[in-house]
Write a protein that binds this ligand. Structure first.
Ligand code: SF4
Length: 379
């Protein structure tokens, strides 16, 4: 099982596709090391995210607690404080670190509301590499404003000798957003085709499966059904900053329990978890985020191995590209069926001043108070 620990909702970026920064938690309310010590070992991928995890003063201790509990420990960061990760990487060089980059320098800084973010991240990745980091990379949220830069960012990552993880606009309780839709779905989806081909041309098996993951992103962007059913609550779960455990980070009606008040086994075997898993089985959202997609692609019996359908797609299309042919996207993607967009008018604030809009979550105790945007549609 994969687990994401959202350690804080404080964030020093000002992204337009995620409003965590507008809803910061108070440090005293954030999930404690003592609470996280109740997690069992044996997770596959354990992601420490936020908000911005480097804003947690106890980040080194958090990592000490979580690192032994997973096959792969990951830190998702905006990369604005790479120096805080250096001692961690020196201690655990194989921790996977991903810094968010949303395009070239001007585009990334604009989308993320960061002054010198791009250069800081680039220098930061090099800093972590010098510190001995072995699994470093960038992460990009594909959207109308940066889709045409996707392959360029991928090439930049390759030049730096690091990975590129991709996701796309998504509505979710974690992001405090319900208007993350595309303006021109077909144009954005077509840009992802070029990335898929570029990934299949490499000699890295990891990239070939990432190509399949990006095929799923095209379906998501066009508003089509998922390639593979969701396994939220069974193959992955989320712990939020208030120690509440959720089947996924999208629907706020899929609670599993609370790790501060309950043990992990008690949560996993509870009536509440059983009720939420039933809702997952009937869920009609078409999520395809890294966590949801990666776990859906894996064999349940041997999580290091892929399911048959991604494997067959990868073998066939790697072969085609190796023979100098193009991927036959028309065989997989129905571009004649594109969902209307946007369903909720999107409030872009690119170029606007957005200071003074932060609401610290004081005195709010229930999940319903924490996540007032109850309804999300991902289509
Ligand atoms: S498909 Fe449904 S259950 Fe799965 S991650 Fe999305 S909202 Fe959650």
């Amino acid at each position: 099982m994969d687990l994401t620990v959202i350690s804080t909702f404080r964030c020093n970026s000002r992204c337009q596709m995620c409003y965590i920064w507008k809803n910061p938690t108070e440090p005293k309310d954030e999930v404690s090391i003592e609470t996280l010590s109740k997690l069992p070992g044996g997770f596959d991928n354990l992601n420490l995210s936020g908000g911005e995890p480097t804003l947690r003063k106890d980040l080194p201790e958090l990592v000490d607690e979580l690192y032994p509990k997973a096959r792969i420990m990951e830190i998702s960061s905006n990369g604005l404080h790479p120096e805080r990760l250096v001692p961690i990487i020196k201690r655990y060089p194989d921790i996977k670190v991903r810094f968010s980059v949303e395009g070239d320098e001007a585009t990334s800084n604009a989308i993320r509301g960061e002054k010198d973010g791009f250069q800081t991240k680039l220098a930061g990745i090099r800093m972590l590499r010098e510190a001995g980091g072995t699994d470093l990379g960038f992460a990009m949220v594909i959207q109308d404003e940066n889709a045409e830069q996707l392959v360029k960012v991928y090439e930049m990552a390759r030049r730096e000798g690091v990975e590129l993880a991709t996701s796309t606009l998504h509505n979710a309780w974690q992001f405090y957003k319900n208007d993350n839709y595309f303006y021109n779905r077909t144009r954005v989806a077509k840009e992802v085709e070029a990335l898929i081909t570029a990934m299949l041309r490499t000699n890295k098996i990891k990239n070939w499966f990432r190509a399949y993951l990006n095929l799923g992103l095209i379906e998501k962007i066009l508003g089509h059904d998922r390639l593979i059913p969701c396994t939220a609550g069974r193959d992955f779960a989320f712990v939020d900053p208030w120690s509440d455990v959720w089947a996924c980070n999208v629907r706020s009606d899929l609670p599993l329990g609370n790790l501060a008040r309950q043990g992990w086994d008690e949560i996993m075997n509870s009536d509440q978890t059983r009720a939420s898993l039933k809702k997952v089985d009937a869920c009609t959202q078409n999520c395809w985020m890294v966590t949801t997609a990666r776990t859906a692609m894996r064999s349940r019996l041997a999580p290091q191995l892929p399911k048959f359908s991604p494997l067959a797609w990868v073998v066939m299309n790697k072969l085609r590209v190796s023979l100098g042919k193009n991927v036959d996207f028309a065989a997989y993607i129905n571009y004649r069926e594109v969902k209307e967009s946007p369903l909720v008018p999107r409030k872009s604030f690119l170029g606007q001043k957005v200071k003074n809009e932060i609401v610290v979550q004081r005195g709010l105790v229930t999940p319903a108070q924490h996540y007032p945007l109850a309804e999300f549609v991902n289509r």
